[in-house]
Design a protein around this ligand. Structure first.
Ligand SMILES: [Zn+2]
Length: 197
């Protein structure tokens, strides 16, 4: 039996104790199918054929999301040392006063701060070294979103994990964290592609 979709998608079939077949599109565009143990490969391929339109639409939506995300980050060119330096100085000018403000309120020691051009995360906290790394791409976000990331990372100095205690600290020191986090995700096109905070 010939199945045209076999060469079109990267297909991952997982057999599970389930009563029906289901499929989803992975972040990288792969098609993942969950099937019961007793279903033959032919039946799986027929199932995929039957849903090929849905698969196409889902993959197209994913492509659009990635394009939104790529164009978002491309707004801040960081190809040269000079561009990097300008961004670093500018972001430090925003971050430092915020850190100053919140270390007092939260009662933590002033951390050492450094910057990277990460698109996978806005910030990173090294609790044992009392250091926080911020993404230069924060410059593309509104001030409130930057403030949220600052408080988030500082809260990690008090609680390293995303535990209930961590979110209780966020409720205490940055009550609008949920709303602002959603805003950040919306702006950066990270909603469905892969979350970074
Ligand atoms: Zn965190």
């Amino acid at each position: 039996m010939e199945h045209r979709h076999l060469c079109k998608y990267n297909l991952l079939i997982t057999r599970r104790r389930t009563s029906r077949m289901s499929l989803r599109i992975a972040k990288n565009g792969d098609v993942r199918v969950s099937v019961p143990f007793n279903v033959s490969k032919e039946e799986v391929y027929a199932f995929i054929d039957k849903h090929s339109e849905w698969i196409e639409r889902a993959r197209e939506r994913l492509r659009q999301k990635y394009m939104t995300r790529d164009s978002f980050f491309a707004q801040l060119p960081l190809h040269t040392k000079a561009e990097w330096k300008v961004a670093e100085t500018k972001l430090n000018g925003i971050i430092e006063p915020l850190v100053k403000k919140y270390v007092d309120i939260m009662g933590v020691a002033f951390p050492s701060i450094f910057f990277r051009a990460t698109i996978s995360r806005w910030g990173c906290c090294y609790t044992t070294r009392n250091a926080i790394c911020f993404s230069l791409y924060l410059l593309l976000l509104p001030d409130l979103c930057i403030e949220h990331v600052v408080v988030h990372e500082l809260a990690h100095l008090l609680e390293p994990n995303h535990s209930p205690r961590f979110y209780a600290l966020m409720d205490q020191y940055f009550p609008r964290w949920r709303e602002i986090r959603a805003l950040t995700r919306r702006i950066s096109g990270m909603e469905a592609v892969g979350r970074i905070i």
